[in-house]
Design a protein around this ligand. Structure first.
Ligand code: 5GP
Length: 345
């Protein structure tokens, strides 16, 4: 047994220090980023916020709506080829810049991924997602996927430490998904004791990835636009959101009426709800590591998107970053013992 004594930080432990700025208004801030991906050498431009590949949030309806604002959606892995055929039929070519096809790591998952990309070779992004990205078999799967799809932009995760980021980049991933345990409907830390405070994970993993010209996706734990800004300030290239995008018209899950209030069900992809839906129950050897909750119904996602993007633009104005690209360079975090004033919450 060993103890690391250096304190690791989450979003709640810091604030961003304001800096003198020549910007007059947040309307002057450009949130678009252009990235060149390490393996395919392809270029992408857009606003680097991604709807999580959860069946409640990573829906085709979400992809259609978020693509209008230049954001991405990781479509969940339970969509079948027929669903993809229906969704992509007649879409504008720009949709391919804003949607990812997700995959698990089983043989069946790989076959389905091959099928979907065979029928829709214009799809650019692949997102290989497992709860624990530390296994040898996961690294092998990333290599196999890179061998099969040399031209594609591959995201892989989740991990939280630099050495594993490097291993996955070298195995063929362009983007590494970072986050174990911070998610809004995640119970991994409670069930297993395993995890890593998300802000420190982002800082350390971004440093490791950028050294190899890889990119990171900060995945999970954002509770408000300020947290998204902190993730970018910490060096995240992309930020993935689940809970913050839940409860909208574009989400999967029924709108329920509970005590006169309209609500939408939201659950983790390892929750018993998801496991019962897709695998006919919880396997004996594993505990459910996700919650099922109801969130207030919030209508269309557009207003939420504007709120999030407006928040990040404002952060940029406070630190004098005319472009999102400059935010990390201009960020100084201060450690704090307070956050929001909650008198009226
Ligand atoms: P949020 O933005 O809601 O805080 O976090 C979203 C992320 O939580 C997802 O992208 C995914 O990485 C993670 N997640 C989703 N479902 C589960 C689950 O059932 N268990 C765990 N441990 N993590 C989950």
């Amino acid at each position: 047994m060993r103890i690391e004594y250096e304190v690791k930080l989450g979003f709640k432990d810091v604030m961003i220090r304001p800096k003198r700025s020549t910007l007059k208004s947040r309307a002057q801030v450009d949130l678009n980023r252009t990235y060149i991906f390490r393996h395919s050498q392809k270029t992408w431009t857009g606003i680097p916020v991604i709807a999580a590949n959860m069946d409640t949030v990573g829906t085709f309806a979400m992809a259609e709506e978020l693509s209008r604002f230049g954001l991405l959606t990781a479509a969940h892995k339970h969509y079948e080829l027929d669903d993809w055929n229906r969704f992509l039929d007649g879409r504008k070519p720009s949709i391919y810049q804003h949607v990812m096809v997700s995959s698990g790591t089983s043989e069946d998952d790989f076959t389905k991924l091959q099928e979907i990309i065979h029928h829709h070779p214009e799809i650019e992004f692949i997102c290989i997602d497992v709860a624990n990205g530390y296994t040898e078999s996961f690294v092998e799967f990333v290599k196999k996927t890179r061998d099969a799809f040399q031209e594609k932009l591959i995201a892989a995760g989740n991990v939280v430490t630099g050495e594993m980021v490097e291993e996955l980049v070298l195995a063929g991933a362009d983007m590494i998904k970072v986050g174990i345990g911070p998610g809004s409907v995640c119970t991994t830390r409670v069930k297993t004791g395993v995890g890593y405070p998300q802000l420190s994970a982002i800082i350390e993993c971004a440093d490791a990835a950028h050294g190899l010209k890889g990119l990171i996706i900060a995945d999970g734990g954002c509770t408000c636009p300020g947290d998204v800004a902190k993730a970018f300030g910490a060096g995240a290239d992309f930020v993935m959101l689940g809970g913050m995008l839940a409860g909208h018209d574009e989400c999967g899950g029924e709108v329920l009426e509970i005590e006169g209030e309209r609500c939408v069900e939201f659950y983790g992809m390892s929750s018993s709800t998801a496991m019962e839906k897709y695998s006919g129950g919880i396997a004996e050897y594993r505990a459910s590591e996700g919650k099922t909750v109801t969130v207030p119904y919030r209508g269309g996602v557009e207003a939420t998107v504007q709120d999030i993007l407006g928040g990040i633009r404002s952060t940029c104005t406070y630190v004098g970053a005319g472009k999102l690209k400059e935010l990390a360079k201009r960020t100084t975090f201060i450690r704090t013992a307070e956050q929001e004033n909650r008198t009226f919450k």
